[in-house]
Design a binder for this molecule. Structure first.
Ligand code: NAD
Length: 416
């Protein structure tokens, strides 16, 4: 899956939903393409005195439901097609959690691991200078993504305000709390995922407080999922975790807090006391109730889907399951909580940040959690009910919910 052009994959997924929904041809064609896309060259002075030209993009995929929203990625493999695909997925993600935003995405082809802090700041400000006229709280709002950080968002906001000459914190989200960031953004993706696991467990009559779980990938999403699972569900047994160096397991249970502390101190999970090693591939096939893929795309395929024993698969990662594997899991009675619904907690709290910036009044952490819970629970119920009614797998049901909402907005505006 990862070898295919990601934008073609995004179009194929839409095509399947459009067919199932009987979408009219004009709406279907409109939704297959970005509304607007921008390519830039950004000249930056390097520390060695030379100038380097960076290639950069911003795609505003669809703004029928509101201003476009989506992260900014800095990655050596970034192309217009990765940005287009991610902007399409943001459109469906915002629609499935029913926040009044469209989808967008930005990217700069660069390798931040080879750049100094000064070079990163100049690139952040240089990118903002070229893109500023297309952004705005009522137009298009970026956020952090792969290799971009709250500090990079802070530099970009500062540059934007210097260009327009007044205060505009809502032009970008994922900022540090001291300059307009929201409480609760750090763990929002994992928290949203655990809320939908709680709802799904109720539907399949799984006692979540006793459920066993395993996590592949132990970065931001995976680490927070480890501890939030027991906190939100009132119990549960963590059986295995892994990162890029390999995994560890103990069928009697692993202390979530302790393994997170060990990972933060050592940079790995390997060697965590009281566990035995397990490969990333074997972890996926463990006899657990809930599986959280929280690392890479394309890891549940037609080759291993039949061996997955988990009853619930909560996709915190983007694109972990291939289309062929979806069908196999559905036929085997597994419930997949698809990525653009399960990991939408992050963009939802980004939206809350935008709202707080706009009225310049900030919510408590409890308010953020309550509002996030409501959005995620409603999203799950809308998707689950569509799955039952249309007799389709969860990912197609999520597409059907999202595409219906975006299509309705396009129609009401008179675009189609
Ligand atoms: P991260 O970089 O913090 O962590 C990624 C983890 O995956 C690391 O522990 C890394 O060691 C591990 N990993 C890398 N290669 C691996 C391999 N071959 N096998 C097993 N583990 C491997 O990233 P993150 O922010 O936690 O994001 C993880 C996934 O969740 C990505 O797919 C990302 O797109 C998705 N996601 C994250 C957020 C968010 O807010 N953090 C939001 C939406 C989606």
């Amino acid at each position: 899956m990862s070898e295919m052009n990601p934008f073609l994959i995004a179009q194929q997924q839409l095509d399947e939903a459009a067919k199932k929904l009987g979408l009219d041809p004009a709406t279907h064609e409109l939704l297959r393409w970005p509304q607007r896309e921008f390519r830039y060259t950004v000249p930056i002075k390097l520390d060695n005195g030379r100038t380097k030209i960076f290639h950069a993009y911003r795609v505003q995929y669809n703004s029928a439901r509101g201003p476009t929203k989506g992260g900014l990625r800095w990655h050596p493999d970034e192309t217009i097609d990765t940005v287009r695909a991610l902007a399409a997925w943001m459109t469906w993600k915002c629609a499935v959690v029913n926040i009044p935003l469209g989808g967008g995405k930005g990217g700069v082809t660069c390798n931040p691991k080879e750049m100094s802090e000064g070079e990163k700041e100049r690139l952040a400000r240089g990118y903002m200078r070229v893109v500023a006229r297309e952004l705005g709280v009522h137009r298009d709002v970026p956020a952090p993504d792969v290799y971009t950080t709250p500090q990079i968002m802070a530099w970009m906001m500062d540059e934007y305000e210097a260009i327009v000459g007044n205060s505009h914190p809502g032009v970008i989200t994922g900022k540090p709390i001291a300059i307009g960031g929201s409480e609760g953004r750090g763990d929002a993706t994992a928290r949203g995922g655990v809320y939908v696991v709680r709802e799904a467990a109720r539907k399949i009559k799984l006692d979540a407080s006793k459920a066993s779980y395993a996590i592949q990938g132990f970065g931001n999403a995976g680490q927070f999922a480890a501890t939030l699972h027991t906190e939100i569900l009132g119990g549960g047994k963590l059986v295995a975790v892994s990162d890029s160096r390999g995994g560890v397991m103990n069928k009697n249970g692993i202390d979530p807090e302790a393994v997170v502390k060990y990972k933060l101190e050592t940079g790995k999970v390997e060697g965590f006391p009281g566990t035995q090693p397990i490969s990333n591939a074997d972890l996926l096939e463990l006899d657990v109730d809930v599986l959280y893929p929280a690392a890479l795309e394309g890891i549940i395929t037609e080759a291993n889907a039949g061996k997955i024993k988990a009853k619930l698969i909560c996709e915190l990662a983007n694109g972990p399951t291939t289309p062929g594997a979806d069908e196999i899991l559905h036929k085997a009675g597994k419930l997949v909580l698809p990525d653009f619904m399960a990991n939408a907690g992050g963009v939802t709290v980004s939206y809350f940040e935008q709202v707080q910036n706009t009225y310049n009044y900030y919510w408590s952490l409890e308010d953020v959690h309550q509002q996030l819970d409501r959005r995620m629970t409603d999203a799950f119920n809308a998707v689950y009910n569509t799955r039952e009614r249309a007799k389709v797998h969860m990912r197609l049901a999520a597409y059907m919910v999202a595409v219906t909402r975006v299509a309705e907005a396009c129609k009401l505006r008179g675009w189609v």
